[in-house]
Design a protein around this ligand. Structure first.
Ligand code: ATP
Ligand code: MG
Length: 311
């Protein structure tokens, strides 16, 4: 099996217990929960029994240990997660709005998350990798962009594959160098996994079918995540749509990352695209039913049971 590697933020999420607008007064909070888009993604990959590892950095604190313990317990290779002696582990405070939107207060760039650097351990992990998953949310500093692009070249250079989830939050737009980095990654992407308007970040086309066609002149496949409307797969020869499974949405954060983890595992193991979509939809549906972004990452047995009970 081709080992999957990702690079980026490992953090804790602390969430408001009640919906509302932001953090402008004292409110009740719950957490910490293990989080970070690439961390959730790779946790889902490992929970499905596929080898996976992450290059990242946490602080020498409880938030860092919470993440390392969880990732390790779920089978993620954390040998390339550096523990920084000075910087605290990253944090994200999230509050849902009543319209379903989210407000975040992030401490990522100036936390241990921003101190990812090449180490002998990261070189060793990359040397074993057959696939790299890039999260746009991880391209928040020149050092992270540099680490990601150099890993990308190395893995592509030996015949490996790249998947890319733009995963852009409104709080990130306008970061210097972000747009150029996103374009550089897309140029080398095999499997592109946007959600919502992210498809159009990279195209002159303004309508879905032509935007997909434009991306497919470069990438081998495009998978569009559509929240409660399911997902779609496109390559140069075929298109599949899969309706979402019914799910009681408790916490949608992390659904996209669990979806991507499950889809990439299927794709790498030669599962037919329609079936890989269905499994990924199941992973996304299970993810939204659990409070906490990483709590809903399902094992292969849980996915099988869920799929069996949903026809
Ligand atoms: P994230 O906020 O984690 O970045 P995303 O925008 O990348 O999310 P979504 O499209 O929200 O990803 O969710 C990914 C997948 O999870 C969907 O394609 C769908 O299969 C499943 N999913 C999400 N929300 C629901 C829901 N309410 N009911 C059932 N399935 C859902
Ligand atoms: Mg996402």
């Amino acid at each position: 099996m081709r080992k999957v590697v990702t690079i980026g933020e490992i953090l804790v999420e602390i969430m408001a217990t009640e919906p509302g607008d932001g953090f402008n007064a004292p409110i009740a909070l719950v957490g910490p929960y293990p989080s970070g888009a690439p961390a959730i993604f790779i946790d889902q990959v490992a929970r499905l029994g596929h080898p996976g590892g992450i290059i990242g950095c946490v602080g020498a604190d409880d938030f860092g240990r919470l993440n390392l313990d969880r990732l390790r317990a779920d089978g993620v290779d954390v040998s390339a997660v550096r523990v920084d002696a000075e910087l605290p582990t990253g944090t994200a405070f999230v509050r849902y709005r009543s319209d379903g939107g989210r407000d975040f207060v992030f401490n990522i760039k100036h936390s241990a998350c921003g101190a990812v650097r090449a180490t002998p351990q990261s070189a060793a992990l990359l040397a074993e990798a057959g696939h790299l998953h890039v999260m746009g949310s991880s391209l928040f500093s020149p050092a992270l962009v540099e680490a990601t692009l150099s890993a990308l070249e190395e893995i592509k250079g030996r015949g490996g594959t790249i998947s890319f989830d733009p995963n852009i939050r409104k709080e990130m737009l306008g970061l210097p160098g972000l747009e150029a980095a996103l374009h550089a990654v897309l140029e080398r992407t095999d499997l592109f996994l946007p959600s919502g308007q992210e498809l159009f970040l990279f195209t002159s086309a303004r309508e879905e079918a032509s935007a997909v066609a434009e991306i497919l002149t470069r990438a081998r496949a495009v998978v569009i995540k559509r929240g409660a409307d399911g997902s779609s797969y496109f390559d140069r020869d075929a298109a599949f749509h899969a309706a979402a499974f019914p799910a009681k949405e408790v916490d949608p954060t992390g659904a996209g990352d669990c979806f991507a983890g499950a889809f990439v595992v299927g794709w790498l193991n030669g599962v037919a695209p329609g079936e890989a979509l269905r499994r990924a939809n199941a992973a996304g549906a299970l993810a939204v039913t659990r409070k906490g972004p990483m709590e809903g990452a399902a094992s292969a047995a849980e996915l099988d049971r869920f799929l069996a009970s949903h026809g």
